[in-house]
Design a protein around this ligand. Structure first.
Ligand SMILES: *Cc1c(COP(=O)(O)O)cnc(C)c1O
Length: 490
């Protein structure tokens, strides 16, 4: 045995004791060998990545599950190094992974990674920064520069500061945590100090909130039950502003939180953000706007009006791993009340120092240590600028419209809502049961991945376009797969 335990022990004992009498253990042999040939290993990894990306178009969008559950390997007692791990990954796991980085993965709202974003993400791991304190401040300076660019991209004013978090769920949670503290300010208590119970009952009003809002309320101790659904406009997912005003007037004097939705996941409907903000002249509430992917409408002159009023919010959620096309996981939370944000998330410790006017990032989000998450966003914005990202957004919108038009012409399908931005919400014209929709999805699966939903009580499917690679040639392929699958279903 080349690496027998006895041999390792003998090697260790053969060395002289280190300072303080401890035995200096040599670096694990396999690790030391990998260190010695690190550039070669990075080249091999580069090849594996290039291969994965080069085959995106040919691979099934989502491979079918294996016939029998994949056996789990036991933890290796002794490792065999990076090259062998690359081979094992290529053999056992890579073939099972979906082509979600590619152009025909239209499930959920899924972005890919632009070349520059991917480069930035690789370098994030290579530099392995924990960018949260001025004691080693370059990382947080880079994050602040990137946040400034994003603010510009979404036409937000300087009154908003931003922080990176792992996704829109975390962004919504962070925004609502600041809202919770604001409610406390109104009632002269601090939920951050005294607990959420100090607030008494809280009302969070919203028309068609994303599921992550209820999850955030659960995490924050406000409870899922705090969510008060407000009627939407007829045939729409946008809140009815008059109904919202009535709901606010229902409990006069009780400060509330309003969650405005800028881009719902089913039909990408937008609340009238300006009308909601105007209600603050008569009612006291915190306005949080979930613009996870809808904020990107601001990049397209034809659609920017949908986001008018975004800046008026007290906090704004924007996802970046969707339509900015940076790798998971990345989102931003913007707020006008960084003081309250620091009150909630401050991480007082002797070695971290006072908060000051520009609190370190460690005091601003649920995370303490975190990767230099901003770097991938920095890279793609530096590489392609506003124009490059506008082109991605507009092409995706055009692709969604083209698919919507193609499905509308086929009597097998019903398109359930106008294609307002980048999502087509559709169903089978005849017997749109969940079982038949599953059969349709599976029949089209090698070519396209769409996800199920229910819209206005009807089982349906969603095709969401947010990948930078998607072209009209992809739309033709997707449309053909869906038309054929529907014909075969009958
Ligand atoms: C995707 C999405 C979320 C949740 O985002 P994650 O990145 O999955 O945490 C929240 N709100 C909206 C509108 C979304 O589209």
């Amino acid at each position: 045995m080349r690496n027998g335990a006895g041999e390792a022990t003998r090697a260790r004992l053969a060395r002289p004791p280190g300072p303080g009498g401890a035995y200096r253990a040599p670096m694990d042999r396999t690790l030391a060998a990998d260190l010695a040939r690190l550039p070669d290993l990075l080249d091999a990894t580069r090849d594996a990545a290039a291969e994965a990306l080069a085959t995106l178009d040919a691979r099934p969008v989502v491979p079918p599950p294996p016939d029998k559950p994949q056996e789990r390997e036991a933890l290796p007692e002794r490792g065999t190094g990076t090259e062998a791990a690359l081979a094992a990954f290529a053999d056992r796991w890579a073939p099972r992974l979906s082509a979600s980085a590619g152009p025909r993965y239209l499930g959920f709202v899924t972005g890919g990674a632009t070349p520059a974003a991917l480069a930035g993400d690789w370098l994030t791991a290579a530099h392995d920064q924990n960018s949260n304190s001025a004691l080693d401040g370059a990382g947080q300076d880079l994050e602040r520069e990137t946040v400034g660019w994003l603010r510009d991209l979404f036409h937000l004013s300087d009154a908003h500061t931003g922080t990176f978090v792992s996704g829109a769920t975390m962004s919504n949670t962070t925004g609502l945590a600041i809202a919770r503290e604001w409610l406390g300010e109104r009632l002269d208590v601090s939920p951050a100090e005294d607990g959420a119970a100090a607030l008494g009952p809280v009302r969070v009003l919203s028309g068609a909130p994303h599921s992550s809002i209820a999850k955030a309320l659960s995490v924050l101790g406000l409870g899922r039950g705090a969510l008060v659904p407000v009627p939407t406009l007829p045939g729409r997912e946008a809140v009815d502003p008059a109904a919202l005003e009535r709901a606010l007037a229902d409990a006069p004097g009780l400060p509330a939180v309003v969650v405005a939705n800028a881009g719902t996941v089913n039909t990408v409907d937008f609340d009238d953000l300006r009308a909601i903000a105007a209600l603050r002249e008569r009612h006291d509430f915190w306005l949080h706007t979930d613009a996870a992917f809808g904020a990107f409408a601001a990049l397209s002159p034809e659609h920017a009006h949908l986001t008018a009023g975004l800046d008026a919010a007290d906090s704004v959620c924007v996802d970046l791993h969707k339509w900015l096309n940076v790798p998971y996981d990345s989102a931003v939370l913007f707020t006008r009340r960084r003081d309250l944000q620091a009150r909630v998330f401050q991480n007082a410790a002797a070695y971290l120092g006072p908060l000051g006017d520009h609190p370190d990032l460690v005091h601003l989000t649920p995370e303490n240590s975190h990767r230099l998450r901003a770097l991938a966003a920095w890279f793609t914005l530096r590489a392609y600028g506003r124009e490059g990202h506008r082109e991605i957004v507009e092409r995706d919108i055009a692709c969604a419209r083209a698919l919507g038009a193609s499905l509308a012409e086929d009597p097998s399908f019903t398109v359930l809502a106008p294609v307002r931005l980048n999502v087509v919400c559709f169903t089978l014209a005849a017997e749109p049961t969940p079982a038949r929709l599953t059969a349709l999805r599976e029949a089209a699966a090698p070519e396209v991945f769409v996800t199920p939903t229910t819209y206005a009580g009807t089982p349906a499917l969603r095709a969401a376009f947010s990948n930078w690679r998607t072209t009209h040639a992809d739309v033709r392929r997707i449309a053909q797969a869906l038309h054929t699958a529907a014909r075969e279903l009958g």
